[in-house]
Design a protein around this ligand. Structure first.
Ligand code: MF3
Ligand code: CO
Length: 263
């Protein structure tokens, strides 16, 4: 069952989501060659708590950290460690918090120093495919219109969409219905209407889409070890259109429209 949110609940989700946005934008500044991924995790956890929130992932199904840090062929759920980022890596940071009972969840993939043209393009396509999907989040459309738009954008670029992981509803739980695949035919699933809150999160690979989970039980990598990228926001459809709740309101770098994009 999909839990549609009232305006008051969406306002709560704006608060949790803005904490996620703030922490991620601060983490961006820390991403450079030589940083240990666990330093990023510690920073994220401390900042979330300072801001009155609780990290959402720690302890979720036994996940051991607050942040997921996935490097190069790692797609999602990379566990922070003493591994150091190095020039030329791409790194995905996935972070979620719960604040006063409501969740926010977002991810970005960043270049570490100078990266290859392929890596840069992969990062851009992950982000662009999110926006193509978001454009379909409008009243009367069906859920799989989002999925199909993401897939089309990714495959147009010659990349592939990961099948084994999907986006999700979000609210008083980190994962609610519906599942939001990043692939599929348009015109299927529930009709989209105001109050729908989703974490839309394309995960894409430069090579093939099959995944493997490493022996740590968490880290998902591409089976062919091709590069992967991930981009995620918590979004809501309100009576005023679609809104990206986890877009950093303080950062002029990310969006000229102040975080509110009307479809
Ligand atoms: N953004 C991911 C998700 O929504 C992060 C989950 S990590 C986990 O599924 F550890 F919490 F599972
Ligand atoms: Co998510």
């Amino acid at each position: 069952m999909i839990i549609y949110k009232s305006e008051a609940e969406i306002e709560m989700m704006r608060k949790s989501s803005q904490i996620v946005a703030k922490v991620l934008s601060e983490l961006k500044e820390l991403v450079k060659p030589g940083v240990e991924t666990r330093e990023l995790d510690i920073y994220a956890e401390n900042r979330a708590r300072e801001l009155g929130a609780v990290p959402a992932f720690k302890g979720y199904r036994g996940y051991p950290a607050s942040l997921c840090v996935s490097i190069n062929e790692e797609i999602v759920h990379g566990i922070p460690s003493s591994r150091k980022l190095k020039e030329g890596d791409i790194v995905s940071l996935d972070f979620g918090v719960v604040y006063q009972g409501y969740y926010g969840d977002a991810a970005i993939t960043l270049p570490v120093g100078q990266v290859s043209d392929l890596a840069r393009k992969l990062i851009e396509v992950a982000e662009r495919s999110f926006y193509r999907g978001l454009e379909q989040m409008k009243e009367g459309n069906r859920l799989s219109d989002i999925s199909a738009a993401i897939q089309a954008e990714v495959e147009k670029a010659g990349f592939s969409v990961i099948r084994a992981f999907v986006g999700h509803g979000i609210g008083r739980s980190l994962h609610e219905e519906p599942q939001v695949p990043n692939f599929g035919l348009p015109g299927h699933g529930p009709r989209i209407k105001p109050g729908l809150t989703l974490a839309i999160e394309p995960m894409i690979a430069a090579g093939h889409w099959e995944v493997e989970v490493l022996d740590d039980g968490w880290t998902a990598v591409t089976q062919d070890r091709s590069l992967a990228a991930h981009y995620e926001h918590t979004v809501a459809l309100t009576d005023n259109g679609v809104e990206i709740l986890t877009l950093d309101q303080d950062s002029s770098m990310i969006s000229a429209v102040g975080g509110r994009v009307n479809a």
